[in-house]
Design a protein around this ligand. Structure first.
Ligand code: SF4
Length: 404
């Protein structure tokens, strides 16, 4: 049976076209990368921690999500669920509420299920090898390698989009997503990750993997790499002369929502729609009721904002239900009555809201905005250039790239 790539001796690793790094370059690359990382690594709350649960949580939160967006959520999540056992004992609704705004809610559901599995099958302790970690819900090849190397020092390569980009540029390969390119990158990454030695200090495999990802995230940027600041510039075959793949076209879509409030004594409630439990996206989460575009024709919205999900920009308008005319507006909500719920505004922070609902309710001062703690260097700016729909007014609120 062939050995997995990560376990093969270096001499057996494939170097298609002879463009991979040789043994001397590998040593130089590791040394330069680590020297740079020791002085340039961003201080992030999940770095330097000695708790595999924290490493696991950060890796799940960071999937498809900007570092700056994760920092505050990570601390809050840990304050609420400080251990795997605490997470396993929570309700799914509680976990989703704490995840609100991070998007890709399947991650939260899988994290919760995995915590319950770990408590049931592993006495509450996270497995320590990439192989075992892959048996947990929501943990794939990348995440298992990241946790195993960073939290347990296993010598296994982590290949995310940042690492792939760095390695393709270093070796002069075109940035194309083919099976051959992936296999080449995996081989190069495996060759570079240091072996674990019994007497070695610290965690060379984990530090190396984090340094590779850091290089891609802060220096070897997708559109405009900062080559003069790159620690491995001397080993790089492209140095900014790489071919950049074309961006997928952005789509624009309008979306209108209803804001309906009512007072009951001193209590204020807002009307929300619960997404069906069988919905493929964000099942069971609350959002503002959606309105047909024809109904809001000619009305002035309370709020306009833009919400980007992958390659679609939603140009969102929120309309208030007030006065006799707006009873018509409320009746226009095209959903079953049973899916509508009056929710106390004071409890919105603990309800599983979609990212868009949370953003709109905060902008409208219906929901409290929590203070954001940024105790790390800010992320480098995203390189997203989002087109506006024809005729869009200037008051569109330009948000950063946002969540699902
Ligand atoms: S020299 Fe430039 S292109 Fe090459 S790895 Fe460094 S940042 Fe990326």
């Amino acid at each position: 049976m062939p050995l997995p790539l990560t376990k093969r001796p270096e001499k057996d690793l494939v170097r298609p076209g002879g463009v991979g790094l040789d043994a001397v370059q590998v040593v130089a690359f590791r040394r330069r990368l680590m020297n740079w990382y020791r002085t340039h690594a961003r201080q992030l709350p999940w770095r330097g921690v000695n708790d595999p649960y924290r490493t696991w949580l950060s890796e799940i939160m960071l999937q498809q999500t900007r570092v700056a967006a994760v920092i505050d959520r990570y601390n809050d999540f840990l304050a609420k669920f400080p251990t795997i056992v605490a997470l396993a004992l929570a309700t799914e609704a509680d976990v989703l509420a704490s995840w609100s705004g991070l998007g890709y809610y399947r991650r939260a559901r899988m994290l919760h299920r995995a915590a319950q599995f770990i408590v049931r099958e592993h006495a509450g302790k996270l497995p320590s090898t990439a192989l075992e970690l892959r048996t947990l819900p929501g943990i794939g090849e990348y995440t298992s390698a990241a946790i195993a190397s960073i939290a347990f020092g296993e010598s296994v390569a982590v290949v995310d989009g940042n690492v792939e980009r760095v390695l393709l540029r270093i070796t002069g390969r075109p940035e194309v997503a083919t099976a051959a390119a992936r296999s080449f990158v995996q081989a190069q990454a495996s060759m570079l990750v240091p072996r674990r030695r019994a007497n070695s200090e610290g965690n060379p495999p984990g530090d190396h993997n984090q340094a590779m990802m850091e290089l891609g995230a802060t220096i070897c940027l997708p559109r405009a790499p900062l080559c003069p600041q790159c620690p491995v510039y001397g080993l790089c075959k492209t140095r900014g002369e790489h071919l950049t793949p074309a961006r997928p076209p952005q789509r624009s879509q309008p979306a209108s929502y209803l804001l309906s409030l009512r007072k009951r004594g001193v209590i204020t409630e807002v009307l929300l729609e619960k997404r069906p439990d069988h919905a493929s996206l964000m099942p069971g989460m609350y959002e503002l009721p959606q309105l047909p575009e024809a109904v809001v024709e000619g009305r002035e919205p309370l709020l306009r904002l833009r919400h980007a999900i992958t390659n679609t920009n939603y140009y969102v308008r929120v309309f208030a239900a007030r006065g006799p005319r707006d009873r018509t507006l409320r009746k226009s909500v095209p959903i079953a009555e049973g899916a509508l719920h009056w929710v106390r505004t004071s409890r919105l922070g603990s309800e599983p809201l979609t990212g868009l609902a949370r953003k709109a309710l905060q902008r409208l001062d219906v929901m409290e905005v929590r203070a954001v703690r940024i105790d790390a260097q800010p992320d480098l700016p995203d390189e997203v250039h989002l087109p506006r729909p024809a005729g869009a007014a200037d008051e569109w609120n330009d948000d950063d790239f946002d969540e699902l």
